[in-house]
Design a protein around this ligand. Structure first.
Ligand SMILES: Nc1ncnc2c1ncn2[C@@H]1O[C@H](COP(=O)(O)OP(=O)(O)OP(=O)(O)O)[C@@H](O)[C@H]1O
Length: 577
């Protein structure tokens, strides 16, 4: 035995209003769409006219479209999900906006009763009345011209959605670009030409509220797509994806479609019209299919092409663009070779030789040497410069990753992450005689700092103004973190860490005293061992702070005692004068 599904219309209306459509305001869009489709079906769009009249009792929308016969009324209006806009195989017929056979139901979001008075040329006029409780009636209608008039009797509480002002606003929002004349209470709301093809900057100001840095023309023939991308004149948070204004067959789909551009293109806001992209059933987003993926790729190519052209023809302007949007471009450079080259050639980075692009730095230094944190860079840039070692501050977002990626895509590029302890190998050692002379001082200094796990060495380096440097190799930094984790780990995890410790030999951080520094020279010559010890401890503390190294409790205690010790010495000396 086979039966037919029964549909409870109230359930469907509830589904539409609460789950499918974002707002009951979409009823105007659905009515307009049906009118336009009916006119399209006549084959003479230029003669098409849609008029909407509002009033306290009812809203009426009349089109001079194809109209329906009585049989079609029964078949199409009374069957949820039945549409004349699909072919025998159920595919959407290309020329129409609708396809799902549910749009008319959206009128029940604002009306309890819908009347469709329609006439197909050569057939008798029909009046169909549908009620929100699921009943409908069909009767002969009054004589009329071919076409259709849909009348909505407002639902109590929804009257504000059918006022003249609201309806005009909605008709203009959704339908102002339709190629068919649409009037609301005698006022025409359709403009005809695509406004962004005329004065794009004015359009951008009016719709998006900013004067664009530049406008990029968009064209994707396979999606029947034309449009414009407006480059934002100010930086935006790359994570906050901006929406784009999308029209399908000149009917507004939504003002905030996110899926049109790839994530990296956050610096552009687009307006497009497409004849081929498809909407989701709610008509509030684009349907994700192969065509949308291809379209996204094609638009991405056009934005990329604009950037590359700018680099070739107007580097000044490109520099301005990068000044505003460098974060996005850098994010993109992490997976896009062309953007990587753009950053390499055009983005000036902070180096200890002034601001240079990676390309310029490489030309001068041969190798791209970089510090991965801003602190490390600040600690070492002057010292490195004094040894003629060029250093890039790659501590800003994405920059270290970009440098490393550059080496993976181009064999000719040599990159080297600065190892602070390597720098010490460039410092000049002392002559044997001085070394011998300083040996007792060094052993005493070493004894003072032993419990802090630090090795004291003395070298001669520039700049002379730096008395001491605290250099931690990456292995030593790792070891310190490791020790900290071990101290707080439970037994099981602690066991794992212990096993690992066997394979990671500790390398001690170094305190490198600068023998060229006048104060250090006086310290190493001190006769009083206690004063020399206090001086070494405070040089250690100062070097730690200068390099923004983390202070452990033992370091803080040492800083405190050495400072108070020195102060006490100074005050005592003054008192004894
Ligand atoms: N103004 C009209 N003139 C002629 N036929 C109409 C009109 N409005 C609706 N129809 C007929 O009623 C059918 C159902 O309309 P409905 O709006 O529910 O769905 P649709 O437009 O086919 O698809 P969608 O749900 O995507 O809007 C349409 O396919 C069309 O045949």
């Amino acid at each position: 035995m086979s039966n037919t599904f029964q549909v409870d219309l109230r359930g469907i209306v509830d589904l539409l209003s609460h789950h499918l459509y974002a707002s009951p305001r979409v009823y105007v869009r659905e009515l307009l769409q049906n009118a336009v489709d009916a006119i399209t079906a006549t084959g003479s769009v230029p003669q098409g006219r849609v008029t909407i009249t509002t009033g306290a009792d009812a809203l009426r929308i009349t089109d001079n479209g194809i109209g329906l016969t009585e049989a079609q009324v029964h078949e199409l209006l009374a069957t949820i999900g039945r549409s004349s806009k699909r072919d025998e195989l159920g595919f959407q017929r290309h020329e129409f906006l609708g396809q799902f056979g549910i749009g008319l139901l959206s009128c029940f979001l604002v009306a309890d009763e819908i009347r469709v008075h329609t006439k197909r040329a050569g057939a008798a006029p029909v009046l169909w009345t549908g009620y929100s409780d699921g009943r409908y009636e069909v009767r002969p209608g009054d004589e009329r011209e071919p076409g259709t008039t849909v009348t909505l009797l407002p639902r109590r509480g929804a009257e504000h959605l059918l006022t003249s002002t609201t309806v005009r606003e909605l008709a203009e929002l959704y339908g102002s670009l339709l190629p068919i004349s649409v009037e609301v209470d005698g006022v025409r709301v359709t403009a005809g030409a695509l406004p962004w093809e005329a004065d794009r900057e004015a359009y951008c100001r009016q719709v998006f509220g900013f004067t664009p840095f530049d406008v990029i023309e968009l064209n994707v023939p396979e999606a029947g797509l034309t449009g414009a991308a407006f480059v934002l004149p100010t930086a935006v948070n790359p994570a906050a994806r901006g929406g784009h204004r999308v029209y399908l067959k000149r009917m507004l789909l939504a003002e905030n479609v996110e899926s049109l551009l790839p994530e990296w293109a956050f610096f552009a806001r687009c307006v497009i019209d497409s004849t081929e992209l498809r909407p989701t059933a709610s008509r509030e987003a684009l349907y994700e299919d192969g065509l949308l993926t291809d379209t996204r790729d094609a638009i991405a190519d056009q934005l990329r092409g604009w950037l590359v052209r700018l680099a070739a023809t107007d580097p000044h302007r490109l520099a301005r663009f990068l000044g505003v949007h460098h974060l996005g471009v850098k994010a993109l450079a992490l997976h896009d070779d062309e953007m990587l080259r753009l950053v390499e050639q055009w983005w000036p980075m902070e180096t200890n030789m002034g601001r240079l692009t990676l390309a310029e730095f490489r030309e001068r230094q041969g190798v791209i040497r970089y510090a991965t944190t801003v602190d490390e860079y600040h600690q070492l840039s002057a010292v490195a410069a004094a040894q003629d070692v060029g250093l890039i501050n790659a501590g800003y977002v994405y920059e270290a990753d970009i440098i490393e990626r550059l080496a993976t895509v181009d064999d000719a590029v040599r990159v080297e992450r600065l190892e602070p302890s390597d720098l010490a190998t460039r410092f000049t050692g002392l002559d044997t005689e001085t070394e011998l002379r300083l040996r007792p001082f060094l052993s005493a200094a070493q004894r003072r700092l032993d419990r802090l796990g630090c090795e004291v060495v003395i070298r001669a380096f520039d700049p002379v103004t730096v008395p001491a440097l605290y250099l931690v190799s990456r292995a030593a930094a790792f070891h310190d973190e490791f020790k900290e984790s071990r101290a707080t780990a439970d037994d099981l995890w602690g066991g794992v860490l212990d096993a690992l410790a066997q394979v990671s030999p500790a390398e001690r951080p170094q305190l490198v005293l600068n023998h060229r520094n006048p104060l250090v020279r006086r310290v190493v010559a001190l006769a009083d061992p206690e004063l020399a010890g206090l001086a070494v401890e405070s040089l250690y503390g100062q070097a730690l702070m200068l390099g923004h190294h983390p202070l452990r409790p033992a370091d803080a205690a040492l800083l405190n005692t050495s400072f108070l010790g020195l102060l006490n010495r100074a005050v005592t000396a003054e008192e004894q004068k």
